[in-house]
Design a protein around this ligand. Structure first.
Ligand code: ATP
Ligand code: LTN
Length: 329
């Protein structure tokens, strides 16, 4: 029998998850779990690389666990666990940081450049070495594919390079992973500025729709979303990126094809389109939040504990091999 392909992905508990996170990453995951061995982590050690409040972090870890469950990730098929529960992640990150990862690579990372901005020397070392911990997350489980949004492709590429270098130096030890990016919706843009990606840490709350937003608030955000010049409904990401973004959201949350939407809205204007989109978003959020609210904290904690045991078992086997090949055993 073929060895089952392994899928690994994660989200940092660093803000209110948005429909961008859902469309770009999480919605793919539940589809994959029927066919592959899937491991989904709440990557809490990534979330401490920028300013945060410990109480918020604690609350968000459970919140994201519930969001995974409400998105259809089934703990009977998939492993759901908290990164800090399996210390092999930070151990392997140290090893990779000392072997396959180079400073020159990390300096090229767009996310680091964006987040550090002008003050590249005054941010935490963790923000800089963040992709090495991410590579450890992935490589630890012999992952073949990593379902993520477009912005994380570069980090997965780096994990590939790190794996190849390590394998070159110590012999075949890691599977070289690939990013799995959705064809449509890999980069949902901000509702207030279609040149920026929708981000849960944006200071302007109107730029994103959180999965847990109040329904009326979410509808207003859609109605207020910026649009391009023009009046008809057409899909043209280059010249009309704001409308293209709204069409993508409509298609993905409303289960419709963009081509079909463009046909259906022939003769209608932005106002009608946005009103319908607000309803599609409201319907999606209502159903999502109903599932989310039905999950208790205790249930989420149990899921994390059972995931911890499974992930720990896989990770400790792998670490034993890695310790041997690098010569500390
Ligand atoms: P932050 O802006 O706080 O860094 P984020 O919103 O980018 O956070 P992450 O935790 O970094 O969220 O990302 C979780 C997953 O969601 C990743 O796979 C990422 O590629 C995906 N993702 C994030 N934002 C978007 C977006 N706007 N469109 C599509 N996918 C996205
Ligand atoms: N950096 C990712 C979160 C992340 C991740 C991972 C994603 C950490 N480790 C491993 C996939 C696989 C982000 O979305 N910001």
């Amino acid at each position: 029998m073929d060895k089952l392909k392994t899928i690994f992905s994660g989200v940092q508990p660093s803000g209110n998850l948005t429909i961008g996170n859902y469309i770009g990453a999480i919605s793919q995951w539940s589809e994959l779990q029927a066919k592959y061995r899937c491991i989904f982590s709440i990557v809490d050690y990534h979330a401490i690389t920028v300013d945060y409040e410990p109480d918020d972090l604690r609350r968000r870890i459970l919140e994201i666990t519930k969001i995974y469950l409400a998105s259809g990730i089934n703990p009977e098929y998939s492993i759901i666990f908290q990164q800090s529960d399996v210390s092999a992640h930070t151990e392997l990150a140290w090893i990779l940081g000392s072997t396959g990862a180079y400073i020159a690579d990390l300096k090229k990372m767009t996310q680091f450049k964006d987040k550090a901005g002008e003050k590249q020397d005054a941010v935490s070392v963790g923000l800089f070495t963040y992709p090495v911990l991410m590579a450890a997350d992935i490589l630890l489980y012999d992952t073949q594919a990593v379902p993520v949004g477009d912005d994380q492709k570069q980090h997965v590429e780096l994990a590939r390079d790190i794996a190849k270098r390590f394998n070159g130096q110590y012999g075949d030890s890691f599977v070289v992973p690939e990013a799995l990016v959705p064809k449509e919706g890999a980069r949902i843009m901000s509702l207030t500025d279609p040149t920026k990606k929708m981000s849960k840490s944006d200071s302007n709350v109107n730029s994103y729709i959180s999965l847990l937003d109040n329904i009326e608030v979410a509808k207003k955000k859609i109605m207020k979303a910026v649009t391009d010049s023009g009046t008809d409904i057409d899909y043209d990401p280059v010249n009309r990126p704001a409308l293209a973004n709204l069409l993508t959201i409509y298609a993905r949350l409303g289960n419709r094809e963009i081509k079909r939407l463009v046909k259906d809205y022939k003769g209608f204007g932005y106002g009608d389109f946005k009103k319908d989109l607000a309803e599609v978003v409201a319907k999606f959020l209502t159903a999502f939040q109903e599932k989310y609210n039905a999950i208790s904290d205790d249930e989420a904690k149990e899921v994390l504990e059972s995931g911890r045991q499974k992930a720990e078992a896989l990770a400790s086997l792998k670490m034993e091999k890695i310790r041997q090949v690098i010569g500390v055993r």
